[in-house]
Design a protein. Sequence first.
Length: 144
Amino acid sequence: MRHKVAGKSLSRNTAHRAALRKNFTVSVIVHERVVTTLAKAKALRPHVEKIITLARRANDKTRLHAMRRAIALLQDKAAVKKLFDEIAPRFANRPGGYTRILRLPDYRIGDGGTKVVFELVDNKVLEQKIHASENVASTETAGV
C-alpha cells in the first residue's frame, strides 16, 4: 500500500525522477511546447506551474532570491533568464493554470503510450512556425 506517498514514481528511481523533473521543466521553459506521454505530463505539471509562480510573484525586492531559488532547482541560467524576463510578465495577471495538456491522436510506436502536447497557455510557437513557413514559401516563389 502507498499510504502517505505523494506523487508518481514513473518507474524511475529518485535521482532519475529529479533529473526528469528538472530537464522537463527546462525544456518547457525554453521551447514552450513539448511532446511527451500523458503520465509524464500529468505528473510534472505541478512542478512547472510552481516554477512559473515563483517567477511571477517575484517583485523588485524578492527578484534576486527568487532567481537564485529557480537556478538551484533548474540549474540552467539561460532558462531562468527567459523565465523571469519573458514568461513571468506574460502571466502577471493570471492566477494559475499556465500550462495545457492536449492529447495527440496517435500513440507511441514502441509501447503504445498516449502522446500529448504539453505547452504554455499563451505561447506563440505555432504562429511563429506558420509565419516562418509562409516566409519560406514566399521567397521560393519570388526566386522562381
